[in-house]
Design a protein around this ligand. Structure first.
Ligand code: GRF
Length: 219
């Protein structure tokens, strides 16, 4: 069975592209039914058109209240029989109205190891803070900003000379791997949520040895 996705975008859409590519390679049991953008100039819309995926632009500034905008999005998603909502660089916080329409059926990706560096400019703040590792997290959306139950994370090293851009590019490569993977876990019915904890049924323990940055020299 394929899962019907609705993807919410605001910008470049490179995560959207990674999902499209995995679907087209037959690696992801999902269909993108509709892409909604709140930004008419989002490059993500061009990507959608190249792959003949239906798009809808609704501008939040045309709606008086957040709930009215969200209600419209919910109506569009339901009309396309969307089962799982994918926030892919969608720069709006969802209201309870939206969250209740798709309980534990909305995923978001954040370019940091949550719960660190929530909110905007996470890559810049991680580079400036001096952490030795950062990364990205796919999580279910809840009423907070980047606070919902975490499904999968990837780590990358942070180097002394990193900038927002160099670190951001390293993180983005991992985003493009973990987002399709999280969706595939969902499609396979392997996601079990208990409170804050998400278990992926049937998944092995990682076998990688622990990483150190900088590397250890005395062992
Ligand atoms: C990504 O860094 C994602 O983690 C964040 O917004 C960015 C979207 O990039 N939520 P793109 O539009 O998918 O290229």
């Amino acid at each position: 069975m394929k899962v019907n996705l609705g993807v919410l975008v605001s910008g470049s859409g490179s995560n959207l592209q990674s999902i499209i590519d995995k679907i087209e390679k037959g690696l992801l049991d999902a269909v993108i039914k509709v892409i909604i953008s709140n930004n008419p100039d989002a490059y993500a819309l061009e990507r959608a058109k190249k792959h003949n995926i239906p798009t809808v632009v609704i501008r939040h500034c045309d709606f008086g209240k957040r709930e009215a905008f969200d209600q419209e999005m919910v109506a569009i998603l339901k009309s396309y029989s969307v089962e799982l909502v994918i926030m892919a660089g969608f720069m709006r916080v969802l209201s309870p109205l939206f969250l209740h329409a798709f309980p534990m059926k909305i995923m978001n990706i954040h370019p940091a190891i949550l719960p660190s560096f929530t909110g905007t400019h996470a890559q810049k703040r991680a580079a400036e803070y001096g952490v030795k590792f950062s990364g990205c997290s796919v999580h279910f959306a809840d009423e907070g900003v980047d606070t919902g139950p975490i499904i999968i994370q990837a780590i990358v090293p942070v180097y002394d000379d990193d900038t927002e851009d160099t670190l951001g590019a390293r993180i983005l490569k991992e985003e493009h791997k973990i987002y399709p993977q999280a969706i595939q876990f969902y499609a396979e019915g392997r996601i079990e949520v208990t409170g804050r904890k998400v278990r992926i049924k049937g998944s092995d323990r990682i076998t990688d040895i622990p990483s150190h940055n900088p590397p250890l020299t005395i062992f």
